[in-house]
Design a protein around this ligand. Structure first.
Ligand SMILES: Cc1ncc(CO)c(N)n1
Length: 217
């Protein structure tokens, strides 16, 4: 069995819980409070800036040029989305520059950056995989469930349920599987643990937006 099959199976209870979160339910029904979506977009733009840099770090560390190139493209994609989708929304939603990272956004972004910089390469790659895979699955789930013709969050839904993002996700999974081919069971285990940790942080990210999370002090 490919490493990615094990990872998906291990992480699937977390994915299922994400689909049941109020943030996701309300995105589907179009009833999500605008301030929650605005909070999410503001934090996600900060997240994408860190995520893109984590992907660049992994590209620099990749052992094979083909994998380095893939991660450079992923990094470019993340930063382009940050600029395009978010520049549009940031204007439309009137998000002010200089919004500080929420505690969860800081936790997630810095987890990815530290894994990218310091963890064994295969673990770093596994740590960023939920950002692709869970988003694709959640995007498809929302797209399949929603019934509104005028959902205010349609642009966002289309980005992650789209075919283009699906192909990027398939490539990220493939690189992880190629790297995992030459890894030991202990390395596979470490990869799966990083995958599960990042999946939990995905859950926390939606939750923090729904709660409009603030620093306690
Ligand atoms: C928190 C989060 N995870 C994943 C993605 C998709 O790359 C995103 N935009 N935001």
């Amino acid at each position: 069995m490919n490493w990615s099959n094990t990872a998906w199976q291990t992480g699937s209870p977390i994915y299922t819980q994400i689909t049941q979160m109020p943030f996701i339910r309300e995105l589907i029904s179009g009833t999500l409070a605008p301030e929650k979506f605005t909070f999410y977009i503001a934090q996600d733009s900060l997240y994408l800036a860190g995520f893109g840099r984590a992907l660049s770090l992994i590209a620099a560390r990749a052992q094979h040029s083909a994998h380095a190139l893939e991660f450079m493209r992923f990094a470019e994609g993340a930063l382009m989305v940050e600029q395009a989708l978010h520049a549009g929304y940031v204007q439309k939603l009137n998000i002010q520059p200089g919004v500080p990272l929420s505690p969860t956004c800081q936790h997630y972004t810095h987890y990815l950056l530290s894994q990218a910089a310091l963890a064994p390469l295969e673990v770093a790659m596994a740590a960023v995989l939920p950002c692709f895979w869970i988003y694709k699955a959640v995007g498809d789930y929302i797209y399949a469930k929603e019934q509104l013709s005028d959902n205010p969050y349609q642009d966002w839904i289309n980005t992650y349920a789209g075919e283009e993002f699906g192909q990027i996700v398939a490539r990220a999974i493939r690189v992880c599987d190629e790297v995992a081919e030459t890894c030991t069971p202990a390395q596979h285990q470490a990869m799966t643990e990083a995958y599960v940790t990042a999946s939990k942080l995905e859950w926390m990210f939606w939750d923090s937006a729904y709660k409009l999370e603030e620093w306690p002090v």
